[in-house]
Design a protein around this ligand. Structure first.
Ligand code: SAH
Length: 245
C-alpha cells in the first residue's frame, strides 16, 4: 500500500506554530491506514485521498483546539477532554496524539465505531485516551460525567444548538465547548446566543478561517460555561434534535 500522508511541516508551522514529532507523524500515518482498512467494513469517512485526509481530518481537527493559531494552554497540562460523537476519532484521536498530558474520553453512540476506536488506541499506544459508548443526552445526566470536563469537542454531530445542549452539561464551570462548523452566519449567532444562555454558557469567540490546501471555509464556535446548566438539560434522547432550543 502506498498511501503515504504528506508531512506539511511548513503549513503546520505557519498555521499552528507547531510541528509533529517523528512519532506523531508515524501515529498519523498508522491512523490513516487503519481508517482506510476500517472503511471496508464500517462507513467511517468518504475522505480517503492522502492530501484531503491530511487537510480535512488531521489539520481541521487540530485547528479547532488552536483558536487564533495557538494551542489552548491547558491541553499541555492535565486537562480532561471529551469528544462527543467521535465517529472515526475526529477530532479526539488527534488531540490524544498531540496533547499527551491531557486525558481524553472518546464518546459515540455507535458501539461498532467505539470498538474500532478501541483498536486504534491499542495500535497507536494512546494511553491518555479511553472510550465511552452512549448518547450525549444520557451521558450528560450521569453524575460521573456531568460537570466533569474542562473541554468538550463536537464535530459534525448536529446543529449548533443541539451541540451546545450536548456539550455544556458535561463541562465544569469555566470549561470550554468547541463546536466545529463549515459555514456560519450572523443570524445563527443570534439564535445560538439565546440557546447558550439557557444552558449556562456564553459565546466567547466565533472564529472564521480557511483550510490551508483547498481554501474551504470553516468556523469554530467557542462557548464558555459561566453558570451551572439547569438540571433538565440535556433533555431526553432525541428531544434536543427534534425540538431545538
Ligand atoms: N466527529 C466525527 C464523526 C461525525 S459523524 C467527525 O467529525 O468525523 C457523527 C457521529 O456522532 C456518529 O458517529 C454518530 O454515531 C455520533 N452521534 C450522533 N448523535 C449522537 C449522540 N446523541 N450521542 C453520541 N453520539 C452521537
Amino acid at each position: 500500500m502506498t498511501n503515504l500522508l504528506p508531512k506539511m511541516a511548513e503549513i503546520w508551522q505557519q498555521t499552528l506554530n507547531w510541528q509533529p514529532t517523528a512519532q506523531q507523524q508515524a501515529q498519523f500515518q498508522r491512523l490513516y491506514e487503519l481508517i482506510l482498512e476500517g472503511n471496508r467494513q464500517l462507513n467511517l469517512t468518504r475522505i480517503t485521498d492522502p492530501q484531503e485526509f491530511w487537510e480535512k481530518h488531521l489539520w481541521d481537527s487540530l485547528r479547532g483546539i488552536a483558536p487564533q493559531g495557538q494551542f489552548i494552554p491547558s491541553l499541555q497540562e492535565a486537562a480532561s477532554v471529551i469528544d462527543i460523537g467521535t465517529g472515526a476519532g475526529f477530532p479526539g484521536v488527534l488531540v490524544a496524539i498531540t496533547a499527551p498530558n491531557c486525558k481524553i474520553t472518546l464518546m459515540d453512540s455507535t458501539r461498532k465505531k467505539i470498538t474500532f476506536i478501541d483498536n486504534i488506541l491499542t495500535e497507536l499506544a494512546l494511553i491518555n485516551a479511553k472510550t465511552l459508548v452512549g448518547r450525549a443526552e444520557e451521558i450528560g445526566q450521569q453524575p460521573q460525567h456531568r460537570q466533569a470536563y474542562d473541554i468538550a469537542l463536537i464535530r459534525a454531530v448536529g446543529t449548533a444548538s443541539v451541540c451546545a445542549e450536548y456539550a455544556l452539561p458535561l463541562l465544569k464551570r469555566s470549561g470550554l465547548a468547541i463546536i466545529y462548523r463549515g459555514n456560519w452566519t450572523e443570524e445563527e449567532t443570534t439564535v445560538l446566543q439565546n440557546t447558550v444562555n439557557q444552558l449556562g454558557g456564553v459565546i466567547e469567540l466565533i472564529e472564521k478561517f480557511t483550510t490551508p490546501l483547498s481554501d474551504s471555509i470553516r468556523h469554530c464556535l467557542y462557548l464558555r460555561k459561566v453558570a451551572n446548566t439547569p438540571a433538565n438539560f440535556p433533555r431526553a434522547v432525541g428531544v434536543p434534535s427534534q425540538k431545538p432550543l
